[in-house]
Design a protein around this ligand. Structure first.
Ligand SMILES: *Cc1c(COP(=O)(O)O)cnc(C)c1O
Length: 376
């Protein structure tokens, strides 16, 4: 058995090496390192894949979230509702723009933001909701969009972990995550489901005016060189990263299928254990792309399990060990612990197992045997 890795970037590169090497060599020869043809080609390919009108590439996923918010004309003090259980980037950009983050609890089954909690948190100052498709499981977008329409709010999807997932609306129609809200942000960090060989990100929208504004914001607010119409930033996807992403996008569905297969194997081997709750998935699994495969360990020693697996050369992660409302940078006196009962519990129970497109059945079997060996 090959050594087990949390993410196998080497194995993934080996699989596509001939194509990637040629594409990178081409960028080197042409020397169009910034805004070269590869960037436009990748953008068009991703628009077609997602079925969205506009993809605006940028430097990373955190910038993508910030720029999406900048495009919505929000004012300091406006309240933005997001999940207490997510990566900090989501709330960091809200704070950076002097907007007010309002954190709400999540659903214990899906780990995603809970519509009933969103509704309770809406005030006259609320301007937007940021659902996160956490661990690759799509958030309940129909319920969130209904609330947004009712209260006239923007919805910014944080799709950094969800790229390629398909959401099925109540009427049976389907859409890719990141194309349902007013605007979405994604990350091409190397370990994401569609990862570059460095940093990268993108903003998606179907709104022509918003797309135009955002294309200016990512480029110093310029539409004509040296004429600055709006306050912008410098946030670009470079041509090398775009060349890699253009190739990897062709394999995204294959990568996600491989992740799904590994997830189903894990769940079959672990689902009837009294100390384990396996991740929620719909029968067809399409709403989940398993950026992480995350278990809940109940009535047992989660931290002991982490140490035991690491001692047995099985990497694993705790995403995330601290709720955002309890982080030094984001906590305040107005928060009431009772409002975060689910997140407070999840941070003590969750463990994410190795998950990537190169994981093999014998590795999954070995990992699950070791977990059961510890959980006696
Ligand atoms: C990775 C991630 C981001 C940030 O992406 P970067 O490219 O690392 O800046 C934002 N939100 C979530 C949920 C993420 O997982």
């Amino acid at each position: 058995m090959k050594p087990i890795q949390m993410v196998d970037l080497k194995g993934q590169y080996a699989f596509i090496k001939p194509e990637v090497d040629v594409a990178l060599q081409e960028v080197l020869e042409t020397t169009s390192f910034i805004n070269g043809p590869a960037v436009r080609e990748f953008q068009a390919d991703l628009e077609a894949y997602l079925g969205v009108k506009h993809v605006i590439p940028c430097a990373n996923g955190t910038d993508a979230l910030q720029i999406a918010l900048m495009g919505l004309g929000l004012k300091p003090g406006d309240e933005i509702i997001t999940a207490d259980f997510t990566f900090a980037a989501t709330v960091e950009v809200i704070g950076l723009l002097n907007l007010t983050p309002v954190l709400v609890d999540v659903d214990p089954k899906t780990f995603n933001i809970c519509p009933a909690e969103i509704e309770k948190a809406i005030t006259s100052k609320t301007k937007a909701i940021i659902p996160v498709h956490l661990f690759g499981q799509s958030a309940p977008m129909d319920e969130i969009m209904e609330l947004a329409h009712k209260h006239d709010l923007f919805v910014i999807e944080d799709n950094a972990q969800g790229i390629g997932a398909t959401y099925t609306h109540k009427d049976g129609t389907k859409a890719k995550t990141g194309t349902i809200g007013h605007v979405a942000a994604t990350s091409f960090f190397p370990s994401k489901n569609l990862g570059a060989y460095g940093d990268g990100g993108a903003i998606f929208t179907n709104d022509d005016d918003l797309a135009h504004l955002i294309r200016g914001i990512v480029n110093h607010g310029m539409y004509t060189r040296y004429y600055h119409d709006v306050v912008g930033v410098n946030s670009r996807l470079d041509s090398m990263q775009a060349a890699v992403l253009k190739i990897k996008l062709q394999y995204l569905d294959y990568y996600n299928e491989r992740r799904k297969t590994a997830a189903i194997q894990y769940s079959q081997l672990l689902s009837d254990h009294p100390n384990i709750i396996t991740p929620f998935r719909l029968a067809d699994c399409n709403s989940h792309v398993f950026h992480q495969y995350t278990l809940r360990i109940i009535n047992h020693d989660r931290d002991g399990l982490v140490q035991f697996l690491n001692a047995n050369d099985i990497p694993c992660g705790v995403y995330y060990p601290v709720p955002l409302h309890a982080q030094k940078a984001y906590t305040h006196d107005g928060y009431n612990e009772a409002d975060f009962a689910v997140t407070n519990q999840l941070v003590q129970e969750v463990i994410s197992l190795p998950m990537h497109s190169e994981l093999t059945l014998d590795q999954v079997e070995h990992i699950t045997l070791k977990i059961k060996e510890f959980l006696v």
